[in-house]
Structures are given as C-alpha cells and as structure tokens.
Design a protein around this ligand. Structure first.
Ligand code: HEM
Length: 223
C-alpha cells in the first residue's frame, strides 16, 4: 500500500506532490482573480465583496492556513527536486553536457517561480498586512475608500503597476508550463489531446495574465 512517506521519498512521488499542490494553487489564482475583478464595479462593489469574504472568518482562517501549507509544500518539494536534479547532473557532467528544451523549460520554471514567490511576499505586505482603513485607503477627495482605496493608490503609482504586470507575466509563464508538467507527471500522453491541452494551457495562462494585468492598467488610466 502507498503511504505519504513512500510518495515523499521517491522522485515521481515528489513530482506528483508538486503537481497536485500546483493544481490547488491554480484554483486559488482563478478564484482570487474572479473576486478582484469586482474592482470594475467601483468602491462599493469591491468593498462589499471584501466584507463578505472577511465575514467568513473564522472559517476563512482554516482555508488561508491550508493555502499557506499547500504553497510551502509546493516550494519545499520543488526545492528537493531541484537539488536532486543538480546532484544527478553533477554525476552525469563527468560524461556529457545535456542541453535541450526540457532543461530550458525547467530553468524558466525556476526563474518564474522565484519571481512569483517574491511577488506573493511583497503582495501580502502590500495589501493584506496593512491597515485597510488607514492613510493608504484615502483617495484624492480626502475620504477613505477602504480596501478599494488601498488597491487604487498602489496601482496609481506607475512603478508599482509596472512591477505588478511583470509579476503577472511570471505567474502566466509559470501557469502555462505548470499545466504541461502536470500532464507529463501523470503520464498523460496522447497524439491528439496532448497538443490541444498544451494550446489550451497557453491560452488559459495568457487570459489570466491579461485579466490580472488589466487592473493596474485600468487604475493607471483612471488615476
Ligand atoms: C491585479 C492583481 C491582484 C490584485 C488586485 C490582488 C488583490 C489582493 C488583495 C486586495 C488582497 C487582500 C485581501 C484582504 O486582505 O482582504 C490580496 C491577498 C492575496 N493575494 Fe492578491 N491580488 C492580485 C494578484 C494576485 C496573484 C497573481 C496572486 C498569486 C500568485 C495573489 C495572491 C494573494 C494571496 C495569497 C493573498 C492572501 C490571501 C487572501 O487574503 O485571500 N494575488 N490580493
């Protein structure tokens, strides 16, 4: 019978853990995007959504704790796989130097993943762990607009917005290759459906990147 320790100790098991936690994070990214699109409804609509979400506490703490555990597991197990790869490559390098699409894609995943990690830490400090009715929520008319004001003020700063869009590109790149890795890990390989799913994952990642990036761009144009 299969147990967690067995999965964790094998390479394929680790890849499966990364794939499943990655899928959970994709679901969060979709849900989070849907919620944040309420920004287009204006301050009342956006703040009402944030209030409704906050009203789900203390149950929401459990979900957030679960999300954190999934995120940390994804990073930890990915790091173990990277170390395994480096060690294996060190042994192989004595014989030959493998260069190809796969190692390029893996390197892109490492770079985009690191940018996403840095972004999430910055993002939490930016929007979550700050006072939602404090000075950063006050707009041009001197009134506090709650969380809407915090997000609006952040994106009204061009540098802030440009950094967000760069982070969203990294999120998109990580997503598109992540979906393809997921299929590979679970051995899904079909002459017709595999290229189709690859195309779908690229389109999906582009849509997520465009939809997230549209928010800083919209605020910049409105400010
Ligand atoms: C334009 C893009 C985005 C906007 C406007 C946005 C907005 C927000 C806001 C306002 C919060 C604080 C919610 C609260 O404290 O009530 C938040 C939290 C969070 N965001 Fe984002 N976000 C964006 C993109 C992203 C992306 C791409 C990710 C993941 C890669 C992400 C991950 C998170 C996480 C993990 C939290 C904390 C959990 C939570 O409070 O639900 N965000 N975001």
């Amino acid at each position: 019978m299969c147990n967690i320790a067995e999965i964790y100790n094998s390479s394929i098991g680790k890849k499966q853990i990364v794939a499943v936690t990655g899928l959970m994070l994709v679901l969060f990214v979709i849900g989070h995007l849907a919620g944040n699109l309420f920004i287009y409804g204006g301050p009342d609509v956006y703040n009402a959504y944030a209030k409704k979400l906050a009203g789900l506490r203390p149950g929401l703490y459990v979900v957030e704790f679960g999300l954190l555990a999934v995120f940390l597991t994804h990073i930890h197990v990915t790091s173990l796989l990277v170390l395994e790869n480096i060690r294996a490559r060190g042994e192989r390098y004595a014989v030959y130097h493998p260069v190809g699409n796969r190692s390029f894609a893996t390197r892109l995943m490492a770079i985009s993943g690191t940018i996403v990690l840095a972004f999430v830490i910055w993002h939490l400090l930016d929007f979550t762990f700050i006072e939602h009715t404090g000075p950063r929520s006050i707009l041009g008319d001197g009134k506090s607009y709650g969380l809407y004001g915090v997000v609006f003020n952040a994106f009204a700063d061009p540098l802030h917005s440009v950094l967000y869009v760069i982070a969203m590109l990294a999120v998109g790149m990580h997503l598109s290759h992540g979906v393809q890795s997921f299929m590979q890990t679970f051995g899904f390989d079909h002459p017709y459906y595999t290229p189709l799913i690859q195309k779908f994952s690229n389109i999906f990642a582009c849509l997520v990147t465009i939809a997230y990036s549209s928010m800083p761009v919209y605020v910049l144009l409105k400010a």
